[in-house]
Design a protein around this ligand. Structure first.
Ligand SMILES: [Cu+2]
Length: 68
């Protein structure tokens, strides 16, 4: 299991939180997503076939790119 906390500056309201949690949770291999609106962060846990790159790409695709 891999875990990373992503910094997502574009997360500004509960709608953003819901979108991020829903879309990332749908990625194959993702085990948990917990977005923190106040901190503008999301803690994401995954196993194969998900990767950090897959998660980063999806965040970018849905309009919430993570800082490196
Ligand atoms: Cu929002």
């Amino acid at each position: 299991m891999q875990e990373r906390t992503y910094s997502i500056p574009g997360m500004t309201c509960q709608h953003c939180v819901n979108t991020i949690e829903r879309e990332i949770a749908e990625l194959e291999g993702v085990k948990a997503v917990k977005a923190d609106l106040e901190g503008k962060k999301a803690v994401i846990q995954w196993d194969s076939p998900a990767t950090n790159e897959v998660v980063m790409d999806m965040l970018r695709e849905i309009g919430y790119p993570a800082e490196d």
